[in-house]
Design a protein around this ligand. Structure first.
Ligand code: APR
Ligand code: PHB
Length: 394
């Protein structure tokens, strides 16, 4: 079977689905092709911090009804070290910018609903997805459904297929520069049926390493512990997890996370990665396909959204006037935002994690950095500005 569309989108994560919605609103045809099942994509537990720009974008494209009801707006975060919690009032420091807690899988759920309402194509469980003719005027995507071969011809292909996708590896190696740092630790994350005991997130540095207190709803707490990158989850009984979280998060004022039934456990590795440029011929990369940040800065989802907002604007220009100027600037502009987020995510990660190669000097230096941070309005403003994120620009 052969078919045609204007923009072929590989991947139905937040990037691919948001791009499809933005293009739909401009009257541009797209087909979204995903290799996993709809259930897998919606149930995958990922990040949960939305920048103001992401919230605004969700609203702009008409998918923010549930977000407005269930999203939790946070004006500040806490940094904990040396037995005390210190609040950073981000809204006050940035002229009102805040973050909203809403699971990435909820974002994906809402975007899939919106896509289905438009009646535009979204296909799950495809096999052997591959991209071809990237330097031609008519690139194509091949894939199999129930064993049958299909080819979709496009004007443009958007590679929104995440870090392990096929789009980036389809670009000749000689045409890409890769920048990477793999960290010698990971995060053990849990979802627990427990009312959040703090209204806002707590990022903690303890002698045993990093811990993070977060949440998903007024009934569900999300918690993370620094661990080995290849940590075996089966070595972590529920009791051991709660004991370690208590040790790393509890502060001298008696605060500690509420405990409850653990609903889900998982380990994620930590990596900083950028592929440059984010374009090869008629293939444009967006989101995790082009860059990965360690989760400490909470930037992954937001960077993906900023990319596709920019890409959709450039494609709208192309179809309106035939002008490719904005498309030609896409990679350079998207990379500028990416590197700002890389810098911030690396800084948060190195300030808050302990590494086996650290010596006592390094730990004292980290504490000195945190002391400075929570006592300097300038330093707190810098953190707040990066954490809440700059407005998206097209
Ligand atoms: N063919 C089709 N789809 C694919 C293929 C393939 N060969 N390979 C991967 N995919 C799909 C994945 O199954 C996934 O649904 O592409 C999608 C990519 O989605 P994400 O990994 O969520 O990436 P992105 O949309 O860029 O969103 C970035 O994800 O990793 C988090 O923290 C990150 O929050 C950020 C967000
Ligand atoms: C989350 O709630 O999953 C979360 C919050 C903050 C982070 C990373 C993850 O920095």
């Amino acid at each position: 079977m052969t078919s045609r569309t204007q923009v072929g989108i590989v991947g139905a994560g937040p990037a691919g689905l948001m791009l499809g919605q933005l293009l739909h609103l401009q009257g541009i045809d797209s087909v979204i092709l995903e290799n996993r099942s709809r259930q897998y994509v919606v149930e995958r537990v990922r990040a949960g911090v939305l920048e103001q720009g992401t919230v605004d974008l969700m609203r702009e494209v008409g998918v923010a009804e549930r977000l407005a009801r269930e999203g939790l707006r946070h004006d500040g975060i806490y940094l904990a070290f040396g037995g005390a919690r210190h609040r950073i009032d981000m809204a006050e420091l940035t002229g009102g910018r805040a973050i909203t807690i809403y699971g990435q899988n909820e974002v994906v759920h809402d975007l899939i609903e919106a896509r289905l309402t438009t009646g535009r194509p979204l296909h799950f469980e495809l096999e052997d997805v591959s991209v071809h003719g990237l330097e031609s005027q008519a690139p194509s995507i091949r894939f199999r459904t129930n064993g049958a071969a299909n080819e979709l011809t496009c004007d443009i292909i958007a590679g929104c297929d995440g870090f392990h996708g096929i789009c980036r590896p389809s670009i000749p190696a000689s045409q890409l520069r890769l920048y990477e740092r793999v960290y010698p630790f990971g995060w053990l994350g849990i979802l627990a049926e427990a009312a959040p005991s703090s209204h806002e997130l707590v990022y903690s540095l303890h002698e045993h390493g990093f811990a993070l207190f977060s949440m998903r709803s007024p009934q569900v707490t999300r918690l993370y512990l620094q661990c080995a990158p290849d940590e075996d989850v089966s070595q972590w009984s529920d009791d051991r997890i709660w004991a370690e979280l208590g040790a790393r998060l509890a502060t001298d004022d008696g605060w500690r996370p509420n405990e409850g039934t653990i609903l889900q456990k998982g380990v994620t590795g930590m990596r900083s990665f950028v592929a440059e440029p984010m374009r090869f011929g008629r293939l444009f990369l967006a989101g995790d396909a082009a860059h990965i940040v360690p989760p400490t800065g909470a930037k992954g989802l937001n960077l993906a959204m900023a990319d596709v907002y920019r890409l959709a604007g450039a494609l709208a220009e192309l179809y309106k006037s035939g002008n490719e100027k904005r498309l030609d600037c896409y990679s350079e502009r998207a990379l500028a935002r990416t590197w700002r987020a890389q810098r911030f995510s690396w800084w948060m990660t190195s300030m808050l994690h302990r590494s086996d190669s650290d010596n006592p000097f390094d730990h004292r230096r980290q504490l000195a950095e945190l002391e400075y941070l929570v006592s300097s309005r300038a330093a707190m403003t810098s953190l707040a500005e990066s954490y809440t994120g700059a407005p998206f620009d097209a």
